[in-house]
Write a protein that binds this ligand. Structure first.
Ligand code: PLP
Ligand code: TYF
Length: 400
C-alpha cells in the first residue's frame, strides 16, 4: 500500500541531536537544539515550576477536559504577561486569547485563522533567515510564504535598510511575521528606535503584524523589556496577532504550554473571533493539555512564585550572557582570525557564529561538537566545563 511514500529528510535541528546521541566520545557537545542547560550541562527544571507542581499535587485536582480555548486563569495571565497587566485592552477584554500546543501550535492556529478570515492577503512574509519550522507551519496552514531581508552577513547584524525597503515594497496589507525578541537563528534584534520605525512603516502600508514571542525574558533577562516591540505596536494602534511559548522561559518544553492571541477592536468583536478560533482548534486536537497550563497559570497568578520565576529567567539569561563574554574573550586570546564582537552583541538563546558549513563539519567529525549547518550555536549548551575545549576547537577549525 505504501510503496508510493518517499523517505523524508530529518528535521535539520532535531537531526543534530540524533548525530550527537550516536557519538560516544566523552568530550562531545550538543549546541544544536535551543534548550537551556544549567552550569553542569543538565536540563534545568525551574524551582518555581517544582513549587507550582507540588502545590497542584496537594490540591488533588481532577483530570477533566479543559474547554476548547484552554484554562482561562492561564490564558488571561499569559495575555497580561505579553501586553502588560494594566493595559487598557486587557482590562476592557478586547484581546481574544486561546491556549495552544506551545508556540508551534499558536503559530499554526494563527496561520489557519488568518488563511480563513484575513480579508486582504494570503501571503505571510518571514524574515530571512527565520526559524526553520515557520515555513512549513504557515504553508500547511494555507498561507503562501515569502521572505523579507533581515540579516546582513557582512556586518553579522541587522540589514535594517533592506528590511525597510522590503516592507515598503510588499503589497499593502500583507501579513508580516516578526520575532518579538531574541531572533532565532541569528540572535539579532532591532533596537527600540528601529522597532518604532518598523511600526511606522507597517502602519503606513497597512500590513498586519504577527509576532512570534518564543523567548520572552530570555533576551534581556526581563519579561517587560522583552515585550517592548509587542507593547509598542499595540500602543501605536496595530491590531496584532501574537504567538507565545512557555517552553523556554519556564523550561516547560515537553509540557507544550502556549497561547495565541489577537487584538480586537472591542469585546463584541473579540467574542466573535474567539468563537472562530475554537472552530479552528476543535478538529485539530479538540482541547489542549492540562498539566502544563496549570503550572504556568499557578506561577503567573501567585505573586511569590511569579517573583521567584522572574529571578530564574534572569539567571538563565545572565548565564548565557556570561558564556558569550567568555567565548568572545577566548577566541580573541587564541588569536582566532576574524571579528568576534558579534558573539557578545547577539541576543537570546543563539549565536550565529559565522562558522561555515565545512567548518561545522570539521567540528563534528574531529571535535565531536554538534551545531546546525548554518553555524548557529545554542549558547545554553556551553558551560564552565566545556567552554575552553569549545573555544580551542573553534579556533583550530577557523585557522584550518
Ligand atoms: N518560534 C520560534 C522562533 C522558536 O525558536 C520556537 C522553538 O523553540 C518556537 C516558535 C516554538 O517552540 P515550541 O513549540 O516548543 O513552543
Ligand atoms: O530552534 C530551536 O532549536 C528551537 C527548538 O522542530 C526546536 O526552536 C527546534 C526544532 C523543532 C522544534 C523545536
Amino acid at each position: 500500500t505504501w510503496s508510493n511514500v518517499p523517505a523524508g529528510p530529518p528535521d535539520p535541528i532535531l537531526g543534530v541531536t540524533e548525530a550527537f546521541l550516536r557519538d560516544k566520545d566523552p568530550r562531545k557537545i550538543n549546541l544544536g537544539v535551543g534548550a537551556y542547560r544549567d552550569e553542569n550541562g543538565k536540563p534545568y527544571v525551574l524551582t518555581s515550576v517544582k513549587k507550582a507542581e507540588e502545590s497542584l499535587t496537594a490540591d488533588k485536582l481532577d483530570k477533566e477536559y479543559l474547554p476548547i480555548a484552554g484554562l482561562p486563569s492561564f490564558t488571561q495571565a499569559a495575555a497580561k504577561l505579553a501586553y502588560g497587566a494594566d493595559h487598557q485592552l486587557v482590562q476592557t477584554g478586547s484581546i481574544a486569547v486561546v491556549q495552544s500546543i506551545s508556540g508551534t501550535g499558536a503559530l499554526r492556529i494563527g496561520g489557519a485563522f488568518l488563511a480563513r478570515f484575513y480579508p486582504h492577503s494570503k501571503t505571510i512574509y518571514l524574515p530571512v533567515p527565520s526559524w526553520g519550522n515557520h515555513t512549513p507551519i504557515f504553508r500547511d496552514s494555507g498561507l503562501e510564504v515569502k521572505g523579507y531581508r533581515y540579516f546582513d552577513k557582512s556586518t553579522v547584524g541587522l540589514d535594517f535598510a533592506g528590511m525597510k525597503e522590503d516592507l515598503k515594497n510588499m503589497p499593502e496589507k500583507s501579513i508580516v511575521l516578526l520575532h518579538a525578541c531574541a531572533h532565532n537563528p541569528t540572535g539579532v534584534d532591532p533596537t527600540p528606535e528601529q522597532w518604532i520605525e518598523i511600526s511606522d512603516i507597517i502602519r503606513e502600508k497597512g500590513h498586519f503584524p504577527f509576532f512570534d514571542m518564543a523567548y520572552q525574558g530570555f533576551a534581556s533577562g526581563s519579561t517587560v523589556r522583552d515585550a517592548f516591540a509587542v507593547r509598542h505596536f499595540v500602543a501605536a494602534g496595530h491590531e496584532i496577532a501574537l504567538s507565545q511559548s512557555f517552553a523556554k522561559n519556564m523550561g516547560l518544553y515537553g509540557e507544550r504550554v502556549g497561547a495565541f492571541s489577537l487584538v480586537a477592536a472591542d469585546p463584541e468583536q473579540k467574542a466573535r473571533i474567539e468563537s472562530q478560533l475554537k472552530i479552528v482548534i476543535r478538529p485539530m486536537y479538540s482541547n489542549p493539555p492540562l498539566h502544563g497550563a496549570r503550572i504556568a497559570g499557578t506561577i503567573l497568578n501567585r505573586p511569590e512564585l511569579y517573583a521567584e520565576w522572574e529571578q530564574e529567567v534572569k539567571g538563565m539569561a545572565d548565564r548565557i550572557i556570561s558564556m558569550r563574554d567568555r567565548l568572545h574573550d577566548n577566541l580573541v586570546r587564541l588569536q582566532t582570525p576574524g571579528e568576534w564582537e558579534h558573539i557578545k552583541r547577539q541576543i537570546g538563546m543563539f549565536s550565529f557564529t559565522g562558522l561555515t558549513q565545512p567548518q561545522t563539519k570539521v567540528l563534528a567529525e574531529k571535535a565531536h561538537i554538534y551545531m546546525t549547518a548554518d553555524g548557529r550555536i545554542s549558547m545554553a549548551g556551553l558551560n564552565g566545563g566545556n567552554i575552553d575545549y569549545f573555544s580551542e576547537s573553534v579556533s583550530k577549525a577557523v585557522k584550518g
